[in-house]
Every structure is written in structure tokens, then in C-alpha cells.
Design a protein around this ligand. Structure first.
Ligand code: PLP
Length: 395
């Protein structure tokens, strides 16, 4: 039998510290490895598979589109792209859309858009403010945007035009804004940074600040959008609206896609300013349209809120039971559990052995981002496994 671990070691660049499992199949909230062992998937393809694996509505759309037209060029009109653009606009506060293929790529697009805005409306302002512990992607510019020194260090010098200031500190943002600032870019809940939540009123104040200074508020909803926090878009939970929003991850339930959305006043690109070969192709957009339509028509964000609350209550009970659990946090189905010691890696492997996929977001914290279609029974199953694993850490 082929040893896939050996093949990976030989042929794949050393970019991932992988877990010792080869996944071959998925259905709903479950995946199977090549020895046919079943796992409950609270990793969700890294907050991607909002409708679960192999969802029939998405699979049908992909098959039909693959049999019809996969790729043309953005120099022609294509129907799935415009259907997806329309449903996005009709169900958000933004008015125009551009499609690319990943989160980093649409964040790059957002920064280019903000710089065009700065050139046209703000006398050439180009600087984008981001915050500590944020994550905006792995391209060079998004590494500079990402407020984590450890990710920037190996690649210095960083591209210019980004300033990272302390998260949750309004005064730091106010101080950092200067004549060259064209935008502030934020995640509503910092996913990769540790499921960090904002202080009460922080986003209201940030929105006011942007309005007062005439600069753009870019919300990176790549992880928080598509129902993850319990509403279709995260901004609905915080009572603010962005000028620009980026989406990726769950938008096509696993088919690579990213969307850059802007309000009318911020939608300043003209032909030639930006583009993409694959971005917005019929296959990805058909998958995206089927996913978003299903999410809206079946109130998937409602399920995320309901089961998210239920799961959170269970996590809080575990916190009561185990004194080394110092915090549980998050919203909807983007949740984390933090410990007073670095047991994340061990806890993750023990969950894996017991058939539960979770993420170690920090050495001392696990993150949960299951498909948004999970049931309370599946949440109970995950909680039982977690309980058993945590019991092993009692000293
Ligand atoms: N922005 C946020 C908030 C993310 O969570 C991620 C990925 O984790 C990205 C951007 C980058 O997306 P991608 O990996 O699709 O480039």
C-alpha cells in the first residue's frame, strides 16, 4: 500500500506540520481516512465547509456547471458570476463585487481599491492600518498587513504602506491615523490570532473614526462571513456597516473563490485597474451561488447561532469541571477553549485518536469551526470526546 506520509516528505515543500491522517472522503459533518476510520469534523476544512462535506445542492451545481462551461475569460459575460454577484449584493449592505480565488487575493484587491480611493479622493493617501494578532493572508503584502511579527520576520523587508497597531485600543488607532491613511482593515473576531473578540463598542468607535476622517473601513469577513458567527455577515452582530468587505473560505463550500465587495462610493476601479484569469469563473461561481442560496433559504446562520450557543454552554460546563480551562470564547460556530498550560498539541492528537478533528489555534488553545449544519447531537458527541480528553490532563 502506498505510504502517503513518505510521499509527502519526499515531494511536498515543508510548509505544513500535518497530522498523521490521510483523509479521503466526507459527508455532512463527518470525514473518513484511508483506513475507513470516521471522524467528526470540527475543523471544517479550516472554517470552509459551511454546508458540510459533499452537500448535494453544491455537488449538483458543480457537476452541472462542469458539464456546461468551466472557464472563459472575464472579457465575456458569464451567468453564474452575475447570479452570485446579485445574490451577494441583494443580501448585504455592499453594492458591487469582484471575484478572485482566495482570501489573500481579495484582501490584496481591497488594499488596491483603498489605494485607488486614496489617490482619487484623499490626495494620494495609501496607508492601511491593521491591528495586532490579525491575519489577512500569506502573500507578501498581506503578510505585511497581518499584525504578527513572527510571520513577517522571515520575509523582511516588508512592502510599505501598512501600520499594525494594538487591537482593541481606539487611542492607538487614532494616534496612527495620519495624512497618508486611506483605510483601516479589521477582522471582526480574529480567527487565526486566537478567536479574539472585541471590547464592547470598539467597532462602533472605529466606524465613527473612519467617518470622521473620511477613510474606508475594510472588514475582512473571510472567516466570520457566510453565517459563521450566527448571522449571514459578522458586521450584522456589531451594528456597523463596512465600506469594503472581503469573503472567501465558506463562500463556495470548498471550491476556491474570494469576493471583494464595496459600497458605491468606494467602488472606484475602472477597466484595467484590477483583474484575474480564474477569478469569478463559472465553476467557482456556480458552487458559490448554490452555497449562498442554500445558506440563505435554509437559515443556516440561525442554526449556527443556535447550535453555537448550545456548544458554547457545553464548553462552559467543561470550564467549570476542569480548573485548567481558563477561557471559552467566540460567537456562533467560531469558538475557542484556552488552557493555563500548553496542552493544545496533545489534546488535539487525543481528540484525533478518539475521532474528533479540532484545531490548535495556539499552543494553549483549541479552536472549533465545524460545518454550520451540525446538530445538537453532534455538538454533544464532540463535547463528550473533549470531556474524555480533558479528564486525562487532570493532575
Ligand atoms: N483573512 C482571514 C480572516 C483568514 O482567516 C484567512 C485564512 O485563514 C485569510 C484572510 C487568508 O485566506 P486564504 O488562505 O484563502 O488566502
Amino acid at each position: 500500500m502506498t505510504n502517503w506520509f513518505e510521499l509527502e516528505k519526499k515531494y511536498y515543500m515543508r510548509t505544513f506540520d500535518r497530522y498523521p491522517v490521510t483523509l479521503v472522503r466526507g459527508e455532512g459533518a463527518r470525514v473518513w481516512d484511508n483506513a475507513n476510520k470516521q471522524y467528526l469534523d470540527f475543523f471544517g476544512g479550516l472554517a470552509v465547509t459551511v454546508l458540510g462535506h459533499s452537500h448535494p445542492a453544491v455537488t449538483k451545481a458543480i457537476i452541472e456547471q462542469a458539464q456546461t462551461l468551466i472557464q472563459t475569460s472575464n472579457l465575456y459575460y458569464t451567468i453564474p458570476q452575475l447570479q452570485l454577484a446579485e445574490i451577494l449584493v441583494q443580501n448585504s449592505c455592499l453594492q458591487q463585487v469582484f471575484f478572485a480565488n482566495s482570501g489573500a487575493e481579495v484582501n490584496e484587491g481591497a488594499v488596491k481599491l483603498a489605494r485607488r480611493y486614496g489617490k482619487i479622493k484623499l490626495g494620494g493617501a495609501y496607508e492601511v492600518l491593521t491591528v495586532t494578532n490579525s491575519f489577512h493572508g500569506r502573500t507578501l503584502a498581506m503578510t505585511a498587513a497581518t499584525g504578527q511579527i513572527k510571520m513577517q520576520e522571515p520575509y523582511k523587508p516588508m512592502p510599505e504602506g501598512f501600520k499594525n497597531v494594538e487591537f482593541n485600543n481606539l487611542d492607538a488607532l487614532k494616534l496612527a491615523i495620519g495624512d497618508q491613511t486611506c483605510a483601516i482593515m479589521l477582522e471582526l473576531i480574529q480567527g487565526e490570532g486566537g478567536v479574539n473578540t472585541p471590547a464592547t463598542g470598539y467597532y462602533h468607535s472605529v466606524r465613527e473614526l473612519c467617518d470622521r476622517k473620511g477613510i474606508l473601513l475594510i472588514l475582512d469577513e473571510i472567516q466570520t462571513g457566510m453565517g459563521r458567527l450566527g448571522t449571514l455577515w459578522g458586521y450584522q452582530q456589531f451594528g456597523i456597516e463596512p465600506d469594503v468587505m472581503t469573503l472567501a473560505k465558506g463562500l463556495a463550500n470548498g471550491v476556491p473563490i474570494g469576493a471583494l465587495l464595496a459600497k458605491e462610493h468606494a467602488s472606484v476601479f475602472v477597466p484595467g485597474d484590477h483583474g484575474s484569469t480564474f477569478g469569478g469563473n463559472p465553476l467557482a461561481c456556480a458552487a458559490g451561488y448554490a452555497t449562498l442560496k442554500y445558506v440563505i433559504e435554509n437559515d443556516i446562520p440561525g442554526n449556527s447561532a443556535r447550535v453555537g450557543n448550545y456548544f458554547m454552554t457545553g464548553l462552559k460546563s467543561l470550564q467549570q469541571k476542569y480548573s485548567f480551562v481558563t477561557d471559552v470564547r467566540g460567537r456562533g460556530l467560531l469558538l475557542a477553549m484556552e488552557f493555563n498550560k500548553d496542552i493544545g498539541p496533545q489534546a488535539l492528537l487525543q481528540c484525533l485518536n478518539k475521532g474528533l478533528l479540532v484545531n490548535k489555534v495556539k499552543p494553549n488553545a483549541l479552536r472549533f469551526m465545524p460545518p454550520l449544519i451540525i446538530t445538537e447531537r453532534e455538538a454533544d458527541e464532540a463535547l463528550n470526546i473533549l470531556d474524555g480528553v480533558l479528564a486525562g490532563f487532570v493532575v
